[in-house]
Structures are given as structure tokens and as C-alpha cells.
Design a binder for this molecule. Structure first.
Ligand code: TXA
Ligand code: MG
Length: 318
């Protein structure tokens, strides 16, 4: 039930079982925001067709300006009601959905989405997530859900319910807790343009996989027009300085290791990049919460999902 003075309703972390999922659906239908797990990170979701609900996302995150949001849909059919799919977009959706890929496509003229979702752009970012809890909420609500990562603007993305709770404090919404996110890095964002495709944000689906499927290299992305805040130099930043490619820690540093570089914490002692991706944000949260005055991170191989890990680390260090 929506109650009292807190416009978010009673904020709490609830295990993502059927009663809590039903409550989340009820709140979303009433125009509230709810934090929901996906396979990448926890999202702060609201009804994409409801302008007040979308405004509540921006207020809760403390996003100063209106950056466009990713809209989550249960399947390809729901996506086609919101955006225009050409052959390349369909190919990508068939291959990678449900999963950690976001497609930026021309907006359908009659799409039922609030203006603030697309920030006035003629395009819309769509993702069909694989996580069973997000899928259940999408199907039961019948809504398309706008959802940025469930952290205060500029902070470290949340891969656990407790990260969401810590980030919002008093202003916490209902958080559906399904444990740690399996993939752990935000979705790959690909824009389909008339003359080709662009990688707007590296992620779990690699540029090489997309290039192989579409059989064409990406178009360059110009720095002049930044469309994704993920492209801003400083993003995903802990509150402490971050030093990269650190094989050894200096005094006062919290050392995040990888492989044989042991560290105070280790992203993957076996040197497994998928495991490192899943653990990255939790490790940054831990380093941020530690007594150390700064964070150092071991070198991460720049291959496969390592490219996305290094992208997030560069922004954390900027
Ligand atoms: O894995 C994810 O993608 C997570 C989960 C919750 O799904 N969501 C996420 O949302 O990372 P957010 O708001 O933190 O990042 C969305 C990115 C932003 O960089 C935004 O600028 C970009 O998507 N974006 C949204 N619509 C766009 C558009 N029409 N054109 C270009 N970029 C767009
Ligand atoms: Mg984010």
C-alpha cells in the first residue's frame, strides 16, 4: 500500500518471493518506483508511460538533468510496439534477448512512453532482461518499465540489494532482493543507425560478438555529442581515489586483486573474467566502505568482458 509522507511508500528490502513481487507490481501500477534485480545490476523501475512515475526515478536518483532511460520489456513483441526494428535490430534481439543487450532504435511515433524517458530524442533504448524476477514483474504488471541502475547519480552501480539500500538511505524504495546479480556489469548498449551500428557502452555482450553477427564493423562514436552518461569520463565512481594497474598496494590503499595478484580482496583468484565482472561493483563497494583512504586495482586483461570491466574501472578512476 502507498502510505503516509514518504512518496516512495514504505521503503524496505523484501525477499523477491511471490507476495513481494505482487506488492511491487501494485506499487508500479500506482506510479511508484521499485528497485528490481536484473542479471546485470539492480534497476530503479517505474512505469515508462507515466510521466510522474518517471519523474520520481530522477528525483530518487538525484539525477540533475534528464538523461534518457532504458525501457525494459518482457519480449520482442512488446519491444516492437515501442521501437522500429530493421533486419539488424531483429537479428540482435533474436540472438541476445533475453539478456544483457540494450538496443537504441527509432521510436515508434505512437509509442506510449513519457517524454522524459527518451529526453526528447527520436530514439529509445530497449532491453529485454533475462532475470526471472524482472521477467515476473514485467509480465504480471503488463507495463514497460523505465529503469536506470538503482544507485544515487554518479555512484557505484548496485549488484546486491544491500548496495541499493546503502545508496538511498532514508529515501529507499521497496527493494526486491534476489541476491547478487549473476553478470554484474550494465548491459552493452548498441545504437542502430541508418548507415550502420555504434557501440555506445561496452558490456557483457562484446563488440566482437556483435560485429560477427552483423558482419560489419561498428561506426565510430564521436565525443562531440554524448548521448549516454555511461560515456562521461567520471561515472560509477567510489568516494575515494582509485588507482589502476596496481600489482602491489601502497600504504593506505585497499587492494582489489585479480588472479595471482592477491590483494585484500580478489575479483577472481582463477583469473576468470566473467567471475571478475560479477564481483567488480561489490568489490568497489567494499573498498569504499573500508577504512583505507584509497583503492588500488590489479591489471585486468583487456579481452572479452575484460573490455567492459576496464571501461568501468577507467570511469571509477577518472
Ligand atoms: O544493465 C543495464 O542496462 C541497467 C539495468 C537496470 O537494466 N540499466 C542501466 O541504466 O544501466 P542507466 O540509466 O544507468 O544507463 C542507461 C544508459 C545511459 O547511459 C543513457 O544515456 C543511455 O542508456 N540511453 C538511454 N536512452 C538512450 C538513447 N535514446 N540514445 C542513446 N543512449 C541512451
Ligand atoms: Mg547507471
Amino acid at each position: 500500500m502507498m502510505t503516509g509522507s514518504n512518496p516512495l511508500g514504505h521503503g524496505r528490502v523484501a525477499k523477491a518471493e511471490s507476495a513481494a513481487i505482487a506488492e511491487a507490481v501494485e506499487r508500479l501500477r500506482a506510479g511508484a518506483v521499485v528497485a528490481i534485480p536484473t542479471e546485470t545490476v539492480y534497476g530503479l523501475a517505474a512505469d515508462a508511460s507515466n510521466a510522474d512515475a518517471v519523474a520520481q526515478i530522477y528525483r530518487t536518483k538525484g539525477r540533475p538533468d534528464f538523461n534518457p532511460l532504458i525501457v525494459h520489456v518482457p519480449d520482442h513483441a512488446a519491444a516492437e510496439r515501442l521501437a522500429q526494428f530493421d533486419d539488424r535490430a531483429s537479428k540482435l534481439a533474436v540472438r541476445f534477448w533475453p539478456g544483457p543487450l540494450t538496443l537504441v532504435l527509432p521510436l515508434q511515433p505512437d509509442a506510449r512512453v513519457a517524454k522524459a524517458v527518451t529526453a526528447g530524442l527520436p530514439t529509445i533504448a530497449l532491453r529485454c532482461p533475462a532475470h526471472p524476477v524482472m521477467q515476473a514483474v514485467l509480465k504480471q504488471s503488463g507495463l514497460a518499465l523505465a529503469a536506470p541502475s538503482a544507485n544515487r547519480s554518479g555512484g557505484i552501480s548496485p549488484t546486491r540489494a544491500e548496495h541499493v539500500a546503502r545508496s538511498f538511505g532514508e529515501a529507499m524504495p521497496l527493494v526486491l532482493d534476489a541476491g547478487p546479480c549473476a553478470t554484474g556489469l550494465e548491459s552493452t548498449i548498441v545504437a542502430i543507425r541508418e548507415n550502420g551500428w555504434q557501440l555506445l557502452r561496452p558490456g557483457p555482450v562484446t563488440a566482437a560478438e556483435i560485429e560477427a553477427l552483423l558482419d560489419e564493423p561498428p561506426l565510430p562514436v564521436s565525443d562531440a555529442k554524448i548521448e549516454a552518461p555511461g560515456q562521461l569520463a567520471s561515472h560509477y565512481a567510489p568516494s575515494k581515489p582509485v588507482r589502476l594497474n596496481a600489482r602491489e598496494a601502497q600504504s593506505g590503499e585497499w587492494h582489489i586483486g585479480f588472479g595471482v595478484v592477491a590483494g585484500d580482496d580478489n575479483l577472481s583468484p582463477d583469473g576468470d573474467l566473467a567471475e571478475a565482472a560479477a564481483r567488480l561493483f561489490d568489490a568497489l563497494h567494499k573498498g569504499d566502505a573500508s577504512k583505507a583512504t584509497s583503492i588500488a586495482v590489479a591489471p585486468i586483461p583487456d579481452e572479452g568482458i575484460g573490455v567492459a570491466i576496464n571501461d568501468r574501472l577507467k570511469r571509477a578512476a577518472a
